[in-house]
Write a protein that binds this ligand. Structure first.
Ligand SMILES: NC(=O)C1=CN([C@@H]2O[C@H](COP(=O)(O)OP(=O)(O)OC[C@H]3O[C@@H](n4cnc5c(N)ncnc54)[C@H](OP(=O)(O)O)[C@@H]3O)[C@@H](O)[C@H]2O)C=CC1
Ligand SMILES: O=C(O)[C@@H]1CCC=N1
Length: 277
């Protein structure tokens, strides 16, 4: 059911940047307000126009055309492109329009300053499972974004999956866990499948087993609400196969490696937000 006042006035919603993450968010925007109220623009005209056609939304050849008169704009360009984009749309974008940025590492304060300090800005970290409505999107308010702006953002992103809120100070570590996290999980699926091939299974069967095991375990962790250590213990029969396997993970430092991976991604997110022009 389209939400009439999701952008504040029933006005259109713009999406700038129709790449991997932008297109995933687009599906949720369409759910929220209806395709007829969405406009998109992208640096690659042919690609952007094709995305617009695929989803039945309005293609705009320029970013300024996309934001002219909208009630909300979602910025889904790469972090390095956010500053120039904000400068480009400032002046055309209504001063009260809600600005939602999904760019990793880019602080709300930076966007606020680039937009003349008037627009409410909400920073969001989504993830690619949003493509199938199973993502998690984490919201933080900038200085002039109210609870109402967070509510509107949540409505716009409800179709991406779970929506959570954190103080902006935690967005970098959130990025390391849930933003980048799907890549670690796909890496694990790939490694499990490789082990199956080593054990003599065909690649297809090994991949089916790996995918189903990760999907089933994730669904069980969610549905049961139990601590993962308890769920792991239930798989581990005394003197059985699982304790032997988990001991290898411990001896090879996999837990420490996962923590280090998240921390490296967090540090990179901080870096992306530093020394911006
Ligand atoms: N991929 C992911 O898993 C996640 C990504 N993000 C964030 O989402 C954002 C987009 O990432 P992703 O979708 O992976 O990247 P993509 O490169 O797939 O998409 C970005 C798109 O934005 C376009 N673009 C760049 N500059 C402009 C501009 N000035 N005006 C209009 N369009 C422009 C690009 O066109 P061109 O190629 O011509 O530059 C490209 O089509 C990033 O900020 C990233 O940090 C957040 C969470 C997860
Ligand atoms: O790799 C990146 O920078 C983006 C942000 C989080 C996931 N992908």
């Amino acid at each position: 059911m389209p939400i009439e006042n999701v952008s504040g006035t029933g006005a259109d919603v713009a999406l700038i940047g129709a790449g991997v993450m932008g297109e995933a968010v687009l599906v949720s925007l369409i759910d929220a307000v209806g395709a007829e109220r969405i406009r998109i623009s992208d640096g690659r005209a042919e690609h952007g126009a094709a995305v617009a056609q695929r989803h039945g939304v309005r293609w705009c050849a320029t970013n300024t055309e996309a934001v002219d008169g909208v009630g909300a704009v979602v910025i889904a360009v790469k972090p390095k492109d956010v500053g120039a984009l904000a400068t480009e749309i400032d002046g055309v974008l209504d001063a009260a329009a809600l600005v939602v940025s999904i760019a990793a590492g880019i602080p709300t304060a930076y966007l606020e300053s680039r937009l003349g300090g008037t627009n409410p800005v909400v920073r969001v970290m989504p993830n690619t499972p949003a493509t199938i409505g199973h993502g998690v999107s984490v919201l933080s308010a900038g200085t002039s974004a109210t609870a109402d702006h967070l509510d509107r953002t949540e409505q716009l992103l409800a179709g991406t999956g779970t929506v959570l809120r954190v103080d902006e100070a935690y967005q970098d570590v959130v990025t390391g866990i849930s933003g980048s996290g799907p890549a670690y999980v796909f890496y694990l699926i790939d490694a499990l499948a490789e082990a199956g091939v080593l054990g003599g299974l065909s690649r297809d069967v090994a991949l089916d087993l790996a995918r189903a095991t990760v999907a089933g375990s994730g669904a069980m962790a969610l549905a049961s609400g139990e601590h993962p250590a308890i769920l792991r213990e239930r798989v581990s029969s005394p003197a059985g196969t699982t304790v032997a396997g988990v001991r290898e993970l411990d001896e090879r430092g996999v837990r420490a490696a996962v923590i280090a991976a998240v921390d490296a991604a967090r540090a990179r997110s901080v870096e992306l937000g530093r020394d911006l022009p």
